[in-house]
Design a protein around this ligand. Structure first.
Ligand code: 5GP
Ligand code: ZN
Length: 115
């Protein structure tokens, strides 16, 4: 179910433009507006759910699909030296858009632990 008030639902529908790098029946991936690495892609479920905490057992396969899509996109982006996938959940993690998304970051060495 799409939510008209949700930024990422509006990106899925094409109402808000994005630089799309991948799509399939379950997810859409596009470049982050404020990239934190040379490659910074957001992979989102077409279906609206706010975060991991809102996901139902039926949505587990969609989350897995979105995470797995990161590997496909990383290969397309030439991230042969590695990449990171991140799902921010809630305030302490800095989640700012409440439509579940996977960050795919790569193209430079990524420090650990993250900030
Ligand atoms: P979060 O902080 O919720 O984990 O990640 C949200 C991400 O969405 C941020 O990295 C932010 O830069 C990105 N973002 C916010 N608004 C837009 C937008 O309108 N277009 C795109 N492409 N990215 C956005
Ligand atoms: Zn949404």
């Amino acid at each position: 179910m799409s939510d008209r008030s949700c930024l990422f639902c509006r990106i899925v529908s094409g109402e808000i433009p994005s630089t799309q790098v991948f799509e399939d029946e379950h997810c859409v991936a596009f470049r982050d507006l404020n990239p934190q690495a040379p490659t910074h892609v957001l992979i989102i479920a077409r279906e609206h759910f706010g975060s991991l905490d809102e996901a139902t057992p039926e949505q587990e396969s969609i989350i897995g699909h979105a995470v797995r899509a990161a590997s496909t996109i990383a290969a397309k982006e030439g991230l042969t030296a590695g990449y990171r996938t991140v799902i921010n959940t809630g305030a302490d993690a800095g989640q700012s858009v409440f439509h579940l998304h996977v960050h795919l970051l790569g193209g430079r060495p990524l420090a650990w632990p993250p900030g």
